[in-house]
Design a protein around this ligand. Sequence first.
Ligand SMILES: NC(=O)c1ccc[n+]([C@@H]2O[C@H](COP(=O)([O-])OP(=O)(O)OC[C@H]3O[C@@H](n4cnc5c(N)ncnc54)[C@H](OP(=O)(O)O)[C@@H]3O)[C@@H](O)[C@H]2O)c1
Length: 327
Amino acid sequence: MSFLACRVFKDPEVRHQLVNMEPDDLSGGDILVKVDYSSINYKDALAASGRGAIMKTFPLNAGIDLAGTVVESSNSSFKAGDAVIVNGCGLGESFDGGLSQYARVESQFVMKQPKHYSGREAMVIGTAGFTAALAIHRMEVNGQTPDKGPIVVTGASGGVGSFAINLLSKKGYDTVAVTSQSSMHDYLVDLGATEVKTLSELELSDKPMAKGVYGGLIDSIGGETLSKLMANIDLWGNIACIGLAQSPKLQATVIPLILRGVSLLGVSSTNCPMELREKLWNEFGEASPLPDFDKILSKEIQLKDISPYFDELIDNKHRGRLLVNCQ
Ligand SMILES: NC(=O)c1ccc[n+]([C@@H]2O[C@H](COP(=O)([O-])OP(=O)(O)OC[C@H]3O[C@@H](n4cnc5c(N)ncnc54)[C@H](OP(=O)(O)O)[C@@H]3O)[C@@H](O)[C@H]2O)c1
């Protein structure tokens, strides 16, 4: 049984290629999954294009998310025909990933498909949507509430940013969407943003403390924007630190942390404990709102056509989420 996979090689440059494989070529695991859908995350784009050091070993199939159907299982908790999802946990980093028609996965990383949405919708959420939910969870566990003021969301038109705005607005938060593209205004308002600002419209201060205008921050870009926005977070606000699309650098002072009780929270979707991961995935449509899938899905791509999209994503040519149909 030959199938198509997006495989990343290092020879010596890192590059990807669509190849035909056999199930026996896949890395180990006790469950074989026929992958229906995957998605392209920023991390997948870095991995497949070689523009970031993501893969722990080569060659390896890319794709940190998958939704599919169990074909074979030697674990009694799963049987052939079960609808499942996998996200993070080393998928597409340490073992063969979801941008493939088949994947073999350790059962400890496999979740049953949640009941309130489909596998296709799960991959619109993907790591980006899950990470936004994880960020909101971390902030709320640490006391964030809508009455503390608006949440500012950077990288707003990207996958994480779109979900953060959409989920926060459905939970009753005011949001300030910060984008590098003024053309994204209507899209962001449609997702639920209370206000939209371009990066250049943010009045960032060079001082360690500035007016506390935001209740919290969900940040996908890092760099100068994160460093300076910290000064604008009000009393006991939370900053969820997610990404580095602008820069991995953080040059800040401890002043907002020690004078306003601001918390800087790290968010690592890959390493989220399985119990919390399952809880958050199963909460969509229950304790947490169902996102507006149709608004956030930007494009559905066939696996065979995937190649140009990696560079395009990093070069900020897409908004929302890129879904990949693997069959
Ligand atoms: N910590 C984790 O567990 C975790 C999980 C998922 C993602 N991430 C990271 O979070 C970031 C966003 O991921 P994503 O999947 O949402 O990616 P994405 O869909 O490509 O979104 C990134 C967004 O950042 C903005 N952006 C891009 N380049 C920029 C630049 N040079 N300067 C300023 N803004 C820029 C753009 O939004 P605008 O056009 O609206 O400005 C873009 O849409 C990435 O760094 C990714 O690696 C981390």
